[in-house]
Write a new protein. Sequence first.
Lengths: 201, 201
Amino acid sequence: MSLKYAIMSLLAHGPLSGYELMKLFDGSVGYFWHATHPQIYKELARLESEGQVAHRAVEQRGRPTKKVYSLSEEGHHDLVAWLRLPARVRQFKDEMMVKTFCSGLVSDEDTCELLEQHRELHRARLQEYQELERFLRSGPITTNRLRRGPYLTLLRGIRYERDYMEWCEEAADIVRHRLDRPRGRSARPPSGRQARPRSTR
Amino acid sequence: MSLKYAIMSLLAHGPLSGYELMKLFDGSVGYFWHATHPQIYKELARLESEGQVAHRAVEQRGRPTKKVYSLSEEGHHDLVAWLRLPARVRQFKDEMMVKTFCSGLVSDEDTCELLEQHRELHRARLQEYQELERFLRSGPITTNRLRRGPYLTLLRGIRYERDYMEWCEEAADIVRHRLDRPRGRSARPPSGRQARPRSTR
DNA sequence: TGCTACATGTAAAATGTTACATGATTCG
DNA sequence: CGAATCATGTAACATTTTACATGTAGCA
């Protein structure tokens, strides 16, 4: 029952078409929600039949006409009521962790490659989000209260990607060096490794 | 198609009943996978009909007889083949982020309360995982290769909870102080407020 | 000319959740 | 005595994914 509010949350910041919603779920808000287009179009139709959103057709030159949806007053009211309810912690499903959990069944080389590949995915996303942050920072964040929320979630996205990336590095180090002592005492292994020279791969 | 491998991953580390699997998805591996019991029992039945797992009935004194499942050779083989495939990045759904995204629609007090509540949830989980880590650290991690995977995922869980908790604090600070300048220049507000001195960390 | 982006949908299949159902034991 | 834990399931419902379906415009 939350796709409803995910869509309405985006519409609360401005009118959008189904296609634009899809792009957002696929991009800038992709790190906290995802939905495919059949889901979105169906949900929009349902929300409209419930009176929570309304659309107007917008004709474009050289492009198909699109349906631009906005929140109705009722929708806005409903969204705010939901916002006041406590959030449930997410229960997520991370394939990478399942594979890591079983990494003892494959070679250390395979495990390191897996970690390296994943690190790259998160590094690329981190960069995207950081660029977005720089852009958002160019304007005032709290003057327009509506802009603060998206900024806060972006900070979360940046943290998440950075933290995941760092974990990939830490895990690969443990696998490579067969580190069997507590970290923290000496965060880095004794050998002169630094800056992760991937030349050796 | 991944609940299959999530279950098989746990079975790869030792035989388990459906109920025990449920407890794991609910507890120690809960931060990377979740499944409800109807799902688990159905999937186990399906996996058994496919020959990937097998069970034997284990009678207990004073407790109902349980079905303890183990991976078959075929199941082991299938799991390893899947492990070699690259992992897809997870597409997750975080209610908390949806609410944060729209926090401009509610009062700063409500937003701070939301963040504070969430911080507490993650703090509690962090503590659990850290205790688990201390326990795992008491034995050798890499001597038994099978134990390393679970240790690595636990490290990820700890990082995740800590990072989420820190974000809750950072976000609450921004909301409270209406911070409208880049962080990093001066992380702390000029005023002498310091309810949660993080200086000691 | 073929690929990508824009734009919207339907249908079927797979997954996941919630409610219903049962029954023994242990702890407070 | 009531609630929680152990233990396994079914049925109904909701959600999500994948495949099918269509058509225009711009770019290489």
